[in-house]
Design a protein around this ligand. Structure first.
Ligand SMILES: Cc1ncc(COP(=O)(O)O)c(C=O)c1O
Length: 393
């Protein structure tokens, strides 16, 4: 059958990560000892307290629809958690919506913010799904140049170069995926004030907020700089509480935006899975020590891996301050006809080491490596990278 697909789908580019991840899977199936540093999720189990709450909830009959925007207890816990972290309490009945992962919150947010041709500023490098989500909402994703030496956070000069009368929103992500960097208070203040002066909504993706290492600057939300009328905060339990599979995220923002997002959700998924909401509620209330354990163990692994990479000639690793990725500059390794995607494939074929090419995030010449694997695998991964580099030079 020759199916005719809608233009908006045909315009979507396949993810540059797909080629590598499907090859990694095929190699593993064929018996190669692949180490994958490509994952976007932490490796600890979900806190037991969340799993137990989910089992109790199921036995108690939490198997039906809930309100589209989530159960009141979870909305209230999110509002309380956010007020402690950001110093502003959103109204739990009108300014919070629980979603199917942070991804649905972002998707629906772009749906309600953008008319055809409206532009969204995406500081580079940025998470792989922002641009496709903007485009699926009829918008235009506009790259804002990031400079490695300035921690990749957007400067006013870079923002001024791309803002137009059609710009509607600026996305800020700290700690960042893929760089793991945390924006300084000054960087957040400057970019947030600039956005408000230009009448933009700030989409503050704070999904990695809790995964911050001890040597990182304090994490400042744009919300505490410019106030709640200009900012939609995106957060969730996927990363910090090791709950990627439960699919619970949320958005906090001005009531008209949250109400419009809820309206879309009512025709789309209805509520996020009821049982997952109870698990997320328990995680938010009772799993702080689990989050701490995760952060401490990731920090130890960060120290180990960045230390090892520092001794490999030809690669320069950024020292992440949060999240669980090390972003590695491999431009010095590239031969004339090569790019980061082909380098990534060569690394996989020759050393059975899977990484994600920087192009996926708008940073050609870089590779993203997850540190959410065992210390032994990180040691082995560093050995393999070293052998790979030595064989080329
Ligand atoms: C920056 C960023 N935002 C949002 C998400 C989506 O999170 P969730 O799994 O809760 O949908 C991810 C997941 O990789 C991410 O890295």
């Amino acid at each position: 059958m020759n199916a005719r697909l809608a233009h908006r789908v045909e315009r979507l580019l396949p993810s540059p990560t797909l080629a590598v991840s499907s090859k990694a899977k095929a190699m593993t199936a064929a018996g190669h000892p692949v180490i994958s540093l490509a994952a976007g999720e932490p490796d600890l189990p979900t806190p037991a307290v969340a799993v137990e709450a989910a089992m109790r909830a199921l036995l108690d009959g939490a198997t039906r629809y809930t309100a589209v925007k989530g159960i009141p207890e979870l909305l209230s816990a999110i509002s309380e958690d956010s007020s402690q972290a950001r110093g502003h309490r959103h109204d739990e009945t009108t300014e919070v919506v629980v979603t199917v992962g942070a991804k649905q919150a972002l998707f629906n947010l772009f749906q309600v913010l953008l008319d055809d041709g409206d532009e969204v500023l995406l500081p580079q490098p940025s998470w792989v799904s922002y641009a496709p989500q903007v485009e699926l909402a009829g918008g235009v994703a506009v790259a804002v140049e990031g400079v490695a030496e300035k921690g990749f956070f957007p400067t006013v000069e870079a923002l001024e170069r791309v803002v137009t009368s059609k710009t509607r929103a600026l996305v800020l992500t700290s700690p960042s995926n893929p760089t793991g960097l945390v924006a300084t208070s000054e960087q957040v203040q400057v970019a947030s004030r600039w956005a408000v002066e230009h009448g933009l909504t700030i989409v503050s993706d704070e999904i990695y907020r809790r995964i911050r290492f001890s040597d990182a600057p304090a994490i400042i939300s744009p919300l505490s700089v410019v106030g709640s009328q200009h900012v939609v905060v995106i957060d969730g339990v996927s990363k910090s509480h090791c709950m990627t599979g439960w699919r619970i995220g949320w958005a906090l923002g001005p009531a008209p935006i949250i109400s419009a997002m809820t309206k879309i959700q009512s025709h789309q998924t209805s509520n996020p899975a009821t049982v997952s909401q109870y698990a997320a509620l328990a995680a938010l209330k009772h799993a702080d020590s689990h989050v701490e354990e995760l952060v401490q163990s990731l920090e130890a692994r960060r120290n180990l891996f960045v230390g090892r990479l520092g001794a490999i000639k030809g690669v320069t690793a950024l020292r992440p301050q949060g999240a669980f990725y090390v972003f590695v500059d491999v431009r010095d390794l590239l031969e004339e006809t090569e790019d980061d995607i082909s380098l990534c494939q060569a690394l996989l074929e020759q050393q059975s080491l899977a990484t994600v090419p920087g192009s996926a995030f708008g940073a050609p010449g870089w590779l993203r490596m997850s540190i959410a694997v065992s210390a032994e695998d990180l040691e082995r991964a560093a050995d393999r990278l070293e052998t790979f580099v030595n064989e080329r030079t």
